[in-house]
Design a protein around this ligand. Structure first.
Ligand code: RIB
Ligand code: CA
Length: 313
């Protein structure tokens, strides 16, 4: 696998944290150009704090962390402290960050990175609401054709939603942004609830994280133990779905996943289904396919990969 240059756009969030850790543990596969933070699970001041906590936990204080948009394009921010806790990174007791934020706005970093690197060499990995990505596309439409791929966590079809019956959180928070991204023309790979709900952190899998025995392994086990109580109570599942690391695992080992290249459009008008990813899985429309929508995963292989990479830190 050749090394892929990526920008992680994120709203940490325990599952975002695991995704960031795995990416930083995989230099032979991934060159993290920077981490851009967005308001989502918790407000921006906390997502920027949490992203730096995770970089320092990984022993990578040199990673550039940028602050981005602090609210959606056209609606009030909806957060998810009920899932992630009041800090957004509840679970482990980790020290406050000492590394500085990078200068400049996240949106400008995204634009400049895409313009400074050859077309088709930078992959965007959104793990939260798509506000930063959409704002960059609005400000610099030329970047759309320079994006190698957008690999994002968001949406759901057979699984429905997790914040409303119809919508998944990342898309629901900023549906207008998601609409811009899904129509931008760049190649898109979607990790929706249909696949992430098959990536459950069972007790054995979480024990494997803890048994790494390092500060990273123990912290990840504590994060997922905190994070899972919401989903286990809601779905009666055997553990929490580890949503965002599916994005990074795809970059490293794409054959862990199966899906279809289909048309996906975003509901931006109906309050009842606001933020729904209308996935034409059965090809019943003549709408052009614009995204590879995943719904299968080798869950054991996924967790083996995560555990092996986290053990490197
Ligand atoms: O719906 C799950 C998504 O919303 C994940 O990215 C989680 O971190 C939250 O951002
Ligand atoms: Ca997230």
């Amino acid at each position: 696998m050749t090394q892929r240059k990526i920008i992680i756009d994120t709203d940490p969030g325990q599952d975002d944290a695991v995704a960031i850790l795995v990416a930083l543990a995989s230099p032979e596969d991934i060159d993290v150009l920077g981490i851009t933070c967005v308001a989502g699970n918790v407000p921006l001041d906390l997502t920027t704090r949490n992203a730096r906590i995770v970089c320092e936990l990984a022993g990578k204080p040199e990673v550039r962390v940028f602050a981005g948009c602090d609210r959606p394009l056209g609606r009030d921010l909806v957060t998810a402290e009920h899932v992630h806790g009041k800090t957004g990174l509840d679970g482990p007791d980790l020290p406050e960050p000492t590394m500085a934020m990078a200068d400049g706005h996240a949106v400008d970093f995204i634009i400049d990175s895409l313009r400074d690197h050859a077309p088709g060499t930078v992959t965007l990995c959104p793990l939260g609401p798509l506000t930063n990505i959409a704002t960059a596309l609005q400000k610099a439409p030329d970047i759309a054709r320079r994006i190698a791929k957008i690999v994002l966590m968001g949406g759901g079809y057979f699984e429905g939603g997790n914040i409303t019956p119809a919508a998944e959180f990342n898309i629901y928070v900023d549906p207008e942004a998601a609409d811009i991204v899904f129509k931008c023309g760049a190649p898109i790979v979607v990790m929706p609830l249909d696949v992430t709900h098959k990536a459950l952190v069972t007790k054995d899998r979480n024990d494997a994280f803890r048994d790494i025995g390092s500060p990273v392994g123990i912290a990840v086990a504590q994060m997922t133990e905190f994070f899972e109580r919401f989903d286990k109570e809601k779905y009666g599942s055997d553990g929490a779905p580890l949503h965002d690391p599916c994005v990074i695992a795809y970059l490293i080992q794409p054959d862990l996943f199966q899906g279809r290249h289909i048309n996906v459009e975003i509901e931006t008008h109906s309050e009842l289904t606001m933020g729904m990813t209308v996935a034409d899985w059965w090809g019943v429309t003549d709408r052009a396919p614009n995204a590879t929508f995943m719904n299968g995963i080798d869950a054991d292989g996924f967790f083996d990969l995560l555990t092996a990479r986290l053990a490197r830190l």
